[in-house]
Design a protein around this ligand. Sequence first.
Ligand SMILES: *[C@@H]1O[C@H](CO)[C@@H](O)[C@H](O)[C@H]1NC(C)=O
Length: 528
Amino acid sequence: MSSLIFVQLLLLGLRVISTTTDTWRHCTDIFPLDLLSFVLERDTSKLAPGVHMKQAGEMRGVHFSSPHSSLSFPSSQVLANCDLFPKEFSVVVTLRVSHLAQKRNEYILSLIGPKTEEKSTLNDYGDLLESNKKRSATAGEQRGKTRRNKERKVKSNEERGRIILGLRLSKKCLHFLFKGHGGVVEHWVFRGTKLADNQWHTLVLTITREYVSLTVDCQAPVQIVPTRPFPSDLNIQGSRFHIGNRGRWKGLFSGMLRQLVLVPGMDVSHQICPSPNSQPATLSVPPLLLDLPVKKKEGDSHPTSYEKEERVSVGLERSCSELLQGQLWFNPLKKGLYLCDGSEWITVLEDHKRLDYVMEHQVLTTSSETHDVEVFQVPGMGLMAAMAHRSKASGSAVYLWTHAQFSLYQNISTHEALAWRHFYIGKKIFLVVSNSGGGPYNRLNKELENEFSVIYKWSKKRKQFVRFQSLQTYCARDWEAFVINRQTYLAVANHRQGMAILRSNQNLCIKILHFSLWFVFQVITITL
Ligand SMILES: *[C@@H]1O[C@H](CO)[C@@H](O)[C@H](O)[C@H]1NC(C)=O
């Protein structure tokens, strides 16, 4: 009876989850989205059309010569599985604006909604040009204009309707614009953001429910208090990000971009600027821009001193490729230093946090990496610990607490063991272990070869755990044992194929000696 209720509750819970996914979803993942890398690394063999790599000062950036369609990509590629723009976020930009080249109103970033008209496709280059000729004012400037011409009105509504979000730089201000309440484009203006001085600057724009702030080069942030908060229902379905432009010639960014990162759900200004007036830290710069090209001149194979300096980069995320071989990366969050060997990062140093209120009692060296520890009592023996070791060769082991420390008691052959669980049926003690790697037991059956679990029973006579039964599981990550109505159940969380609850097929409290196999009582599939 109670098991039925339990199952019903579970199913009810699942149904609730599935109905809420029908509604529009917010983007809830919190990790930095390197938008510039997204454009640059689409094809690592060559730069996208309209993109030029330039060096200024001691750093590299990209310059855009046209609002080419390759500088845009669907928002769904970075903000996956959601329809609404994050309610809170940060944008980190490192840019350089030249004094001579700076025109007015240049877009660093824009998010443009889908066109409603059938005939026009978003990437149509000619269309961009044409619409540019027809339209001269920006969406925001249009708001106050009278609408005499009907056709123009339709067009302007459509135009205005298409910009979902934009980051725009004018001579003295940074503008943040977005489709606000009722579909009207709203502007937040940060005055006095004068950047045209041929220097690199790092800007952190943070939008939260409580405040909106802009930090330039880690100086005191400029805060504005908007009358209405940033909308929580900004629909981004079918929209596209445009980097360095707004999908047309007008507003093309004429400076250089080095870093453009969107961080949903988080204010990263403190990560970028740990203290006022500090040097801005880097969150994520496309690897292409990190290293200066090694110029192989005849008879000159030594890198210049500057190239040596550039070999340590600082940031939260880096990719390692052949181009970056020998490059060091310092991750300030992990306090780790890594070396790129041409394909992956090798840890040079990493800070391991120690809990200062826990004293070290024993360092137990195990035969391989340990995935799980299960501690339990065995009457007549004392405290034992089963450890799930990764290595197939040495298998896992059970340790016994003697002389105030754990020592190896029994080796148990496992295959990339993931989890142990102990359980009692009456006075009998059992252990179940899940394997994730191939074992010899099911060699004939290819399907079953990889993942299975084994139940062991404690033999009082032999004072050892002995193999009792093996079970087909699917990369089981965790086990739980429980008793309902004097029946023992085992629940297994499979990595694939759904969860299962297993029940022994006899009333075990009475007839322990004859209890035989476990069978799957119910399979629950949970899709996350
Ligand atoms: C367990 O296996 C290791 C080798 O992996 C061996 O050195 C050790 O003696 C074994 N211990 C027991 C209790 O069987």
